[in-house]
Design a protein around this ligand. Sequence first.
Ligand SMILES: [Zn+2]
Length: 208
Amino acid sequence: MSVRIEATADRQFHTNSYLVEDEETKDAVVIDANLEPQLMIELVRKRQANVKAIVLTHTDVDHIAGLPALLDAFGPIPVAVHDAERHVVADGKPLRREFGASMDPIDNVVSLTDGEMFRGGSLAFEVLHTPGHSPGGVTLKIGDNLFTGDALFAGSIGRSDFVNSNGRALLDGISAKLLSQPDDLVVHSGHGPATTIGRERKTNPFLS
Ligand SMILES: [Zn+2]
């Protein structure tokens, strides 16, 4: 399978949304829904991709704000999220009491489960639970690519100073699930540029 990955970032939080596409079938999955969904909608149209699902690395508002617009554009496709944050999208409850905003509940919500595969059309992702920034944080793995959300960034790690964050769990998850991966795996983060597991293992100051 040949997987093509492109990112769009919004201007306010520089939150990345990713279009992951099987170049043979044109099936695609969108990972995270940033504050400028129009950028993703235009990218999908340009690629003529068939978006089969939207997968959430976690449910901070800058990663889900674009969901209504994406669902309008792509139809009522499944939205996949870890059970620990299902209520945020299924019931419209905010993830953080620090940020009150909530959104209309979404009907077609499916579960991401640690160690299991998530399939969207011809694409299959391994789900790795990487909590700590938030309780239901996940990393999605496909081929040589990891989508780490706000767990791991180039040169940094996610915030763990929120009420429902856990700094110990964040470091444990990064160590057990991410740093155990081969050096050449590409890390596509929730914010900022891509990196590799090898580079982060050697140079990330939060992991030494
Ligand atoms: Zn974020």
